[in-house]
Ligand binder design. Structure first.
Ligand SMILES: C[S@@+](CC[C@H](N)C(=O)[O-])C[C@H]1O[C@@H](n2cnc3c(N)ncnc32)[C@H](O)[C@@H]1O
Length: 213
């Protein structure tokens, strides 16, 4: 990956230059956890609020079982709790991030040291009504194929709500992975908001997929 500057915030820029190796990503976030909320709030990070509101448009039952994949410090959980959702679990690679997520009180259960690509080893198939993943499908973090893993954990008729940074979408095969899931009728794309606010470095896309079957 090029060393070109992506973000004016030093920590966010370093995150976007990670190499996707789960050990490296985990260590990076263990170190960043304490100041993550300050850095992201300072960058006008709107991803969690937009994703939570999108979910509410499509899933009105507040007792639905939700999973926040790559929950970090719990910013998505806080938004979902404010909207009245109460059955929310979360996982993340980083234990320090997850500790902060647990401290928000927004989650029923949070697990650390979980790699999204191997999440099916820790969660039963078809066990959530909706899975959200915000800020994780981003450069240097997870490959687009992680979408397939999250879909497996989703119940038939359930939802995936995903953000993609614009440069991640442009530089990966994310669209191809979505096309494969829809053309094979495993999922249906029910909403896509392109070039919506994400943070003060640039825009993001927000995807809502429904698992078929
Ligand atoms: C930019 S933060 C986003 C956190 C949170 N969702 C938010 O919106 O604030 C990215 C998070 O993804 C997690 N992450 C990155 N790669 C991961 C992987 N392979 N499996 C699980 N979590 C991962 C990181 O540890 C970090 O907490």
């Amino acid at each position: 990956m090029s060393g070109e500057k992506i973000s004016s915030n030093e920590a966010i820029d370093a995150a976007l230059h990670l190499d996707g190796d789960p050990d490296h990503v985990k260590q990076f976030y263990e170190d960043w956890a304490k100041t993550y909320n300050i850095d992201t709030t300072g960058s006008e990070y709107t991803g969690p609020a937009i994703a939570a509101n999108l979910l509410q448009q499509h899933l009105t039952n507040k007792n639905s079982e939700l999973l926040d994949a790559g929950c970090g410090t719990g910013l998505v959980g806080v938004e979902l709790q404010a909207l009245g959702y109460s059955n929310l679990d979360g996982f993340d690679l980083s234990d320090s991030m997850v500790e902060l997520a647990a401290a928000t009180g927004a989650y029923r259960q949070v697990l650390g040291s979980i790699d999204m690509m191997r999440a099916a080893e820790s969660y039963a198939a078809a066990s959530y009504d909706a899975i959200l993943s915000v800020g994780v499908f981003t450069l240097g973090h997870v490959p687009p194929e992680a979408l397939q893993v999250l879909l497996k954990l989703t119940r038939a008729g359930g939802l995936l709500v995903i953000s993609t940074r614009t440069h991640y979408y442009d530089q990966t095969n994310f669209q191809q992975v979505v096309d494969d899931l829809t053309s094979s009728k495993q999922a249906e794309l029910i909403q896509l908001i392109k070039d919506a606010p994400y943070n003060n470095d640039g825009d993001g896309h927000y995807w809502v997929l429904r698992k078929t079957g």
